[in-house]
Design a binder for this molecule. Structure first.
Ligand SMILES: C[S@@+](CC[C@H](N)C(=O)[O-])C[C@H]1O[C@@H](n2cnc3c(N)ncnc32)[C@H](O)[C@@H]1O
Length: 271
């Protein structure tokens, strides 16, 4: 029997993979580390199958180790008797609490079989939500930008944990980046916001990321299409306007929900 780490995707229930859905349906118990992942999971399994366990959210390494040992000790017998699932938002192997469980179970309960079902990660979902294309040959780095930090260096970066967008923005612009922010992308809970105006998302919400691209990058050869009227008989000046201006107009007026993220456990064990 098996312990499955199941990636639920960014938050909309129909972005759970077919395989993930199947595993959840067949699992005897489904453990969820937070409120948001639980909300997605119960779209696919009866609430009575959700296991009750406290998952540690602490930076204290000693407490973290002992809490995960406790959690693993509670889960392991069920995974030897039947199939159990541990769900995470996004992908279980990307910035996820599942890593702590996997390491602890492997070390202390080696008889438990482990299998991971990948999920749609914010690392890829952002591109569609922000209308960004990462062209073939382009480099892309994943960084954290919590508490106003502004990482710099790579041509293109996805920044997770953008908790102080105005401060992060200042540093990025100074370092020569164009930045677009995405909050609660493909999520049913809370408002989705896509904007290049950091002041529109100055209230902290853990489920916020940014895409930063150096503003001196060379264009792709086909980028001229739609800009040069001579290339296409149909082309007009409107061709260069983005079809959805929400990411570029810097001011989608939305009511923002209060930050909740880590308080409900849908984040990495270290905050
Ligand atoms: C601990 S990481 C979890 C990543 C997740 N395992 C994944 O693969 O997408 C949490 C960070 O991912 C980003 N994130 C995850 N889901 C998001 C979403 N639906 N919308 C915007 N940002 C998201 C935020 O920056 C958040 O602070």
């Amino acid at each position: 029997m098996t312990l499955y780490g199941v990636g639920l995707g960014p938050g909309e229930a129909d972005l759970v993979t077919v395989r993930g859905k199947e595993v959840l349906r067949n699992a005897d118990t489904v453990y969820s580390p937070g409120r948001l992942s639980r909300t997605v999971a119960i779209e696919h399994v009866d609430e009575s199958k959700i296991g009750n366990l406290d998952f540690p959210m602490t930076k204290d390494e000693e407490k973290l180790r002992s809490a995960w040992k406790e959690a693993a000790a509670a889960i392991a017998p069920n995974a030897l008797d039947g199939d159990v699932a541990f769900v995470t938002l996004g992908d279980p192997n990307v910035y996820s609490t599942f890593g702590h469980l996997r390491r602890t179970v492997t070390a202390f309960h080696p008889d438990v079989d482990l299998e991971i079902v990948p999920g749609v990660s914010a690392v890829t979902a952002f591109a569609t939500a922000l209308d960004v294309e990462i062209e073939a040959g382009a480099g892309l780095s994943l960084r954290e930008a919590a508490n106003g930090v502004s990482p710099a260096g790579p041509d293109r970066m996805i920044l997770f944990k953008v908790t102080d967008a105005p401060a992060t923005h200042e540093g990025l612009v100074e370092a020569g980046y164009d930045v677009t922010y995405g909050r609660r992308l493909f999520m049913e809970q809370g408002e989705t916001v896509v904007t290049d105006d950091p002041d529109a998302i100055d209230e902290r919400d853990y489920y916020t990321l940014a895409y930063a691209e150096r503003n001196d990058l060379a264009e792709q050869a086909t980028a001229v299409f739609g800009r040069e009227t001579g290339d296409s008989p149909e082309s007009t000046s409107e061709d260069s306007a983005p079809s959805d201006t929400s990411a570029a107009d810097g001011g989608t007026a939305v009511e923002l929900e209060r930050a909740e993220g880590c308080e409900h456990g849908d984040c990495g064990g270290h905050r």
